[in-house]
Ligand binder design. Structure first.
Ligand code: PSU
Ligand code: MN
Length: 302
């Protein structure tokens, strides 16, 4: 008995992989109705794609369409992930396939599984999921963390989302064996904030060195997290952020939100409570991550 995944890379992605040319995987949750509001979602997606192409790499947006895993979309297909989608984490993929979900928006964990199965080694997102505050009661720890460690793919993110328990998130990554690298930073960035008080074990400033480390970890067939701070000119004002976060967390409690709904709910409330100020920061950081991912992918192919 042999098992085969219904997985389809775009022609451009398949050609690039066959030629050993650089490819960068992207998630789709952040661009769907579960992530950024419209039309910022489309703007973010376009900027990510441009940043990857500007680095000489091929973008591979991941998604589930009609029960088929996709890595790289055709131009006329992007609209499908910009609209109504069902959140698909790694644990949801078999169900999305078996039930032929029309549009599954991939989270970090699902994107990494698809990237690994396609043979893509570099992945960019905005901010990863992690250990939630109060996890000692709820047990809510994002599947992103295990997936980052387990799959032979480098993840570039602007650290972890600010509403998480960041020290516990770093501890969990260590436990799982995921190497964490600060790209030109000594401390963990938190999404729209460039800095937190939490030290990262390794700071790397040079792209060739980053590629050598990535190459070694991929040699073990395992993944690493590269934390890339939001560009300084687009970072969200800290007091605006802190006030918005407090409001958003209070809303989560009040609404009794749990499980997979927490992250989209909190992100939407931070956007509202900051008067939309978190959105340009979010777009900037995700495009910045895509650009670094493109450059890393190109360097790995050299
Ligand atoms: N970062 C964003 N917007 C998002 C997410 C991250 O700016 O929508 C998504 C990512 O897809 C990430 C997911 O993998 O949230 C984490 O969800 P959870 O906490 O339920 O694991
Ligand atoms: Mn969760």
């Amino acid at each position: 008995m042999s098992y085969e995944l219904p997985i389809r890379p775009s022609t451009e992605v398949a050609d690039a992989l066959a030629d050993n040319a650089p490819v960068v995987a992207l998630e789709s949750t952040v661009y769907s109705n579960l992530g950024l509001p419209s039309p910022d979602n489309e703007n973010a997606l376009n900027r990510c794609i441009e940043s990857i192409r500007a680095a000489g790499a091929v973008p591979a947006v991941t998604a589930v369409f009609d029960g088929e895993l996709r890595a790289g979309l055709e131009d006329n297909e992007y609209d499908r992930i910009l609209g109504q989608a069902t959140k698909a984490a790694e644990r949801d993929l078999p169900v999305a396939i078996g039930q032929k979900w029309p549009v599954g928006a991939t989270t970090v964990s699902a994107s990494l599984a698809i990237a690994q199965a396609t043979g893509i080694h570099v992945f960019a997102t905005g901010g990863i999921g992690g250990v939630h505050r109060g996890s000692e009661v709820t047990g809510d720890i994002s599947a992103d963390l295990g997936a980052i460690a387990r799959h032979g793919v480098a993840t570039i993110s602007a650290g972890a989302k600010s509403f998480l328990d960041l020290p516990k998130t770093l501890e969990a990554l260590e436990t799982l064996g995921a190497t964490v690298i600060g790209w030109q930073t000594d401390v963990l960035p938190a999404f729209t904030a460039r800095e937190t008080p939490y030290a990262i074990p390794y700071r790397i400033d040079d792209l060739a060195e980053l590629a050598a480390i990535t190459n070694a970890q991929l040699g073990f067939g395992r993944g690493l997290l590269i934390a890339n701070p939001v560009p300084i000119e687009d970072a969200l004002d800290q007091s605006v952020h802190d006030a918005a976060l407090e409001e958003a967390l209070a809303e989560v409690d009040k609404a009794g939100i749990a499980g997979a709904k927490v992250t989209p709910f909190v992100l939407a409330h931070i956007a509202n409570a900051s008067g939309g100020a978190s959105v340009p920061a979010n777009i900037s950081l995700v495009a910045n991550n895509a650009g670094l991912a493109g450059r890393l992918a190109a360097q790995l192919c050299d």
